[in-house]
Design a protein around this ligand. Structure first.
Ligand SMILES: [Zn+2]
Length: 129
């Protein structure tokens, strides 16, 4: 079974906003540091999510920083698709729901402000199989 959840930050109906709120009351696109730490110690019985988060950064990120993420995040990678100031953070997270998985991956950015200090999540995708 494959389940995909998608979030587009623009024009969200209220029901979607509720659905994308993690158990700690954070919207997944805003990130949740608690979800990030929880996913690091998650029960191995929980589903493993492949998460992709697209975001824009207020400032360009040096290549050095992009490479640094691989060291810090273990299974995370940060890439720059062709558009300037648009970045893609992808990685795996174990969590009960796609919302928590996404909140955790974005929470990684919140927890590592040296990587990016101002960013806006524009789209996310979480898939588990
Ligand atoms: Zn949370």
């Amino acid at each position: 079974m494959t389940e995909t959840v998608k979030l587009s930050a623009r024009e969200q109906p209220h029901a979607d906003i509720v659905r994308w709120t993690c158990p700690h009351g954070q919207h997944a696109a805003q990130g949740c540091v608690t979800c990030y730490h929880d996913s690091a110690e998650a029960d191995p019985a929980l589903p493993l999510w492949e998460v992709a988060v697209w975001f824009t950064s207020a400032r360009p990120m040096p290549i050095r920083v992009l490479k640094d993420v691989r060291r810090h995040g273990c299974s995370f990678s940060l890439d720059q698709p062709s558009t300037p100031l648009v970045y893609l953070l992808s990685g795996q997270a174990r969590a009960a729901t796609g919302t928590e998985a996404v909140a955790g991956i974005v929470g990684f950015l919140i927890d590592n402000r040296h990587i990016v200090d101002a960013f806006t999540v524009t789209e996310v995708r979480a898939v588990h199989s």
